[in-house]
Design a protein around this ligand. Structure first.
Ligand SMILES: Nc1nc2c(ncn2[C@@H]2O[C@H](COP(=O)(O)OP(=O)(O)OP(=O)(O)O)[C@@H](O)[C@H]2O)c(=O)[nH]1
Ligand SMILES: [Mg+2]
Length: 380
């Protein structure tokens, strides 16, 4: 989206998110907003989120710059939403809404669209409930200029819609599960490509499958999982595996969003091997931070202990002369072992230029063989 079409906003970030500012700015821009002012906060008020001083500053900016949106890169409580909207008289958007807006732009499938709508409704419902409570107490006018009855009606409508979406998603989930079981019954091993958003997962999926799924510099290009059967072992003709491309992760992805994307995570949960893709063209601290974010989300949804192959991607962007790649390999290995990851191997690749893809395939083949051997050992 070009600069011209983005709506100007005030962006509020936590002080300890400062090192992540580039990513936050990217998310905000991809959601369709241009941060005109960035305000850092170190303390958060439990009622209104912004402390008195910051609130006064934001009011001043709004009045003098005709900005009518405030984006807060944090998860707000319902009471903080209503307090801010009452104090400032502008629309307030928090991290969950921001990320969902970015998701919305990439939602290609009905399932992804329903998941996004569900996450948004679940997020907005308590905010509206709080608004109704306070307007019934006479503290507030109608929600965004609607009357009290209109908002009661809207609340009831949202609840019905949530129930309907849940039913439809459940049907899709069951269908997906059946497909997965069919694939499993055929004895095919599943390899899930996982990693931070923009790491190059789909580019690698394309390199391994020779398909041409959309890739891009924007975040969250892939929202619904793609599966494809490939041969990873050169000499064994029929020994196919199913490769699954998945949604990218982001630092502190709000749990509400993670839950809405349950079906996608199930593809990871039921896979046999993980292929973790890491963009090593980034600053060193960011590389480990991104791995940490991915592992934290996996841990939160109970995905642990799977054999993991790590693809350190985008080596074409690294100066190979001074041993930087080896240094990154060592640091990543040390970190993964510290986190008790069932590490199979680490391979530096360029998915885009096809560098070392054969070595990666060999490693995938080995991991598949090992898994099959261990399975036959325990099958009576
Ligand atoms: N230079 C370079 N760029 C790459 C490489 N692999 C991927 N990219 C670029 O990185 C960007 C993101 O690639 P994707 O494959 O869409 O990344 P992804 O991990 O699938 O991203 P999401 O689906 O958004 O989570 C694209 O612009 C790719 O062209 C690589 O090996 N080298
Ligand atoms: Mg992708």
């Amino acid at each position: 989206m070009s600069n011209r079409h983005r709506e100007e906003v005030i962006l509020v970030i936590r002080k300890n998110d400062r090192e992540n500012l580039d990513e936050i700015l990217a998310v905000t821009r991809e959601a369709g907003f241009e941060p005109k002012h960035v305000i850092e906060v170190s303390n958060v008020d439990s009622t209104c989120y912004l402390t008195y001083g910051k609130l006064t500053r934001v009011k001043y900016i709004i009045r003098n710059n005709q900005i009518n949106k405030l984006c807060i890169y944090d998860q707000l409580k319902p009471r903080q939403f209503s307090c801010l909207m009452k104090e400032l008289g502008v629309e307030v958007i928090d991290k969950v809404i921001l990320i969902l807006r970015v998701f919305q732009m990439h939602a290609g499938s009905r399932e992804a669209m329903l998941q996004i709508e569900l996450a948004r409704l679940i997020h907005e419902l308590p905010i509206i409930r709080e608004w109704i409570r306070r307007s019934k107490l006479g503290e507030l006018p109608g929600f965004l200029s609607s009357g009290r009855y209109a908002i009661d009606y809207q609340y009831a409508h949202m609840r019905r819609r949530i129930a309907r979406i849940r039913e439809e998603l459940e049907e899709l989930r069951v269908k997906r599960e059946r497909e997965r079981e069919r694939r499993k019954d055929s004895g095919w091993i599943h390899i899930a490509i996982i990693g931070y958003t923009n790491a190059g997962k789909t580019t690698l999926f394309n390199a391994l499958t020779k398909l041409n799924k959309p890739t891009g510099t924007e975040m969250f290009t892939t929202l619904s999982p793609k599966t494809y059967a490939i041969n990873v072992c050169k000499d064994i003709g029929n020994d196919k595996v199913v490769l699954v491309d998945t949604i990218g992760f982001i630092k502190d992805l709000p749990l509400e969003i993670v839950e809405a994307f349950k079906a996608v995570l199930e593809e990871i949960k039921y896979s046999d091997i993980l292929l973790l893709v890491i963009d090593i063209s980034k600053r060193k601290e960011l590389i480990i931070n991104e791995i940490e974010s991915v592992l934290n989300i996996l841990h939160n949804v109970g995905i642990e202990g799977k054999p993991t192959i790590v693809a350190l991607n985008k080596i074409d962007l690294i100066n190979k002369e001074n041993g930087v790649v080896q240094q990154i390999i060592d640091e990543v290995r040390e970190y993964l072992l510290k986190r008790n990851i069932n590490l199979h191997s680490i391979i530096a690749i360029s998915a885009y230029y096809g560098l070392n893809i054969d070595v990666l395939k060999e490693s995938l083949c080995q991991a598949v063989q090992q898994l099959k051997n261990s399975e036959t050992k325990y099958t009576f």
